[in-house]
Design a protein. Sequence first.
Length: 263
Amino acid sequence: MATESLPYFPFYPKDFLADNDVAQMPTIAVGAYVLLLCRSWQETPPGSLPNDDTFLRLFTKLDRRCFKVCIPHLRKVFKLGDDGRLHQKRLQAEYGKALRRSSARSEAGRKGAESRWQTHGKPDGKRIASYNQSQNQSQNQSQNPPTPLQGDVAKTPRKRNELWDAICEIWDMKPVTKADLSRVGKLARDFKLKGTTPDEIRARLAYYRSGWNAADTPEALLKHWDRFAKAQPDNRPGRISRVEAPEGKYDNVGYKMPPDFKG
């Protein structure tokens, strides 16, 4: 493998397609040629391949029949050198150019760093000390965040809302989006205006579900809230008694109380 590997090589489609040797290749040989170019870029020296048909066939991923058709075309573009390896001259030239460009960028970066930290060819102690001081301050601030001054308003965790929690639990809601959070917040405010509690919500919902076949959404329960009397636990296990609504308020409503509840 190459001692100093470059992760890419320049590819010029116009030159590649205009090459006579490429023009005479079948399509499968063109693909094999590109694979060999990629492989040779990583070899030592770059742009070369071992002169061994077994390895070349493995590199090109061809079966024996296809490789036999392609190898004459591939040996036209990879020439045998004095070292016994196959070489691609254009690729080797491009590797040299890329290596020189990479070295030039590294040298430019080194000179830029020297000009930043030196004055008249000597290290600038004040500039280096200022940089080190700023780095130390940044590190200390990240490790030890400043304590709030007196009068600063400390952020306190959000106070739990029992109606909010009850709504999410009873109707199995998991508000995440802005719309869901807004919906649960409005429901909690509306239930609060009713002066209710989570237990009362559960009791009235039990009446609602046992007496009606309509959807039991929280909005529906709020809409028909006054139609159901406030429920209180009965002394008997598993029983719920009902406190009557004001007399005459819901006459001729047509609502039939379930047999499991007593008025």
